[in-house]
Design a binder for this molecule. Structure first.
Ligand SMILES: Nc1nc2c(ncn2[C@@H]2O[C@H](COP(=O)(O)OP(=O)(O)OP(=O)(O)O)[C@@H](O)[C@H]2O)c(=O)[nH]1
Ligand SMILES: [Mg+2]
Length: 387
């Protein structure tokens, strides 16, 4: 039996449960005495989970309800700062997000973490979903961690992430972090839905700079060299090499990457140790001399604070010069067009006339009897004539 969704009640529970920390505190206090799990904060969490289930549903009748939900929440969405974090598997994204999340919650923020998992369509499983433990953050009442669904193509997963983001914003989460494994297109997807895109690198990446895809580097507003505790000298080398290449990209890059204009935002590269930031002692490393270990200690101790200070500088600059708003407008337009294109494509594929003619057209193209562009035009005309 299909799940029943009361969209109006869901929206009420999402919006009313959140916007100030007061409800949350009242809820916690209420729960402390009697161990009860009832309360507005808990009600809101349940409503969020249910709303996202609705958004992720593929049933057509659910899509209509999901659209109503999104439209109802829309006036309250858009208020969070959206942070995208990417990097190769194992670079330390989840460890960093857990440290950052706890750091931000201590300052009174509410933090939602979403994942975009490009592996899900290939393996049917979820790399991020399985490994995204974030044990301390995930149980914190001011945090909500939502792994991406374990099926669907990247476009679909990214789409759900974008819509889920609106739910969290309406619920009063004021920092939304989107994590993705760096494999190429997923960085583009995440940078196109966030205000600031962070690329995480390993300390040895500086030695192999040619291996870093220029396109991905150009998307980065901020680069973090993580695991600086392992080899502090290598981390410092990587930091300066990445910085100089970012400057080079900024100077010669595309005009639409105006946020790399030095008068607007200086490309920033930081080094830190997510493991230390989270209060864990990293394994001792033979490569670190006493002097470099002490230097690294100084760098790392302030790692998280320096990171958040850089984020705030970026945010202030981009707000003052209008780039933040411009970026969101551009993202919203691109999102709409992307959805239109995706919708047209699936309707085209589902069209009976196209389904009937496609195999023969494809055969003819592959056999060299028909030019690909001619076949495309003929197939497109089938849908135009019949509609
Ligand atoms: N020494 C050291 N180890 C770290 C640091 N940050 C993370 N690690 C370790 O690196 C491993 C991978 O960390 P994760 O946070 O799971 O990395 P991830 O980038 O989220 O990985 P995926 O989700 O698989 O892409 C774990 O064993 C962490 O404990 C660090 O700053 N220093
Ligand atoms: Mg991870």
């Amino acid at each position: 039996m299909s799940e029943v969704f009361d969209v109006a009640a869901l929206c009420d529970a999402i919006v009313e449960g959140g916007n100030s920390g007061a409800n949350l505190r009242a809820d916690l206090e209420a729960n402390m005495g009697n161990g009860s799990v009832a309360g507005r904060g808990v009600k809101q969490r349940r409503a969020i989970a249910k709303a996202i289930t609705l958004l992720e549903s593929t049933r057509s009748e659910h899509r209509l309800l999901a659209d109503t939900l999104l439209n109802t929440l829309l006036p309250r969405a858009g208020r969070a700062f959206r942070l995208g974090i990417s990097g190769v598997p194992g670079v330390g994204k989840s460890t960093f997000i857990e440290a950052l999340g706890l750091f931000l919650i201590a300052q009174g923020h509410r933090v939602a973490v979403l994942t975009v998992d490009p592996s899900s369509s290939l393996s049917g499983g979820s790399i991020l979903g399985d490994k995204t433990r974030m044990e301390r953050l995930s149980v914190h009442p001011s945090a909500y961690i939502r792994p991406s669904p374990s099926s669907g193509n990247l476009g679909g997963v990214a789409e759900k992430t974008r819509e889920s983001m609106m739910v969290f914003e309406a619920a009063g989460y004021d920092v939304v972090i989107v994590e993705t494994v760096g494999v190429g297109q997923s960085e583009t997807a995440v940078s196109s839905m966030t205000d600031l895109f962070v690329l995480m690198q390993l300390p040895n990446a500086g030695d192999e700079l040619q291996a870093i895809k220029r396109g991905v580097m150009e998307l980065a507003d901020l680069v973090v060299v993580n695991k600086a505790d392992i080899d502090p000298d290598a981390a410092t080398r990587a930091q300066s090499q990445i910085l100089s290449s970012l400057r080079l990209f900024g100077m010669h890059g595309h005009p639409d990457r105006a946020h790399h204009d030095q008068s607007i935002w200086q490309p920033t590269v930081l080094q830190l140790s997510a493991l230390k930031a989270i209060g864990m002692k990293p394994p001792t490393c033979a490569a670190a001399t006493d002097a470099s270990a002490a230097a690294s200690e100084r760098n790392v101790a302030g790692g998280l604070g320096a990171f958040w200070a850089a984020v705030q500088t970026f945010r202030d600059l981009q707000t003052q010069n209008g780039q933040l708003a411009a970026r969101r407008i551009q993202q919203t337009q691109a999102w709409m067009w992307e959805r239109i294109e995706a919708g047209l494509k699936s309707r085209f594929r589902a069209h009976p006339a196209v389904q009937a003619a496609l195999p023969a057209a494809l055969d003819a193209v592959l056999a060299g009897r028909l030019a690909a562009s001619v076949a495309a035009r003929q197939l497109l005309e089938l849908t135009i004539i019949q509609e």
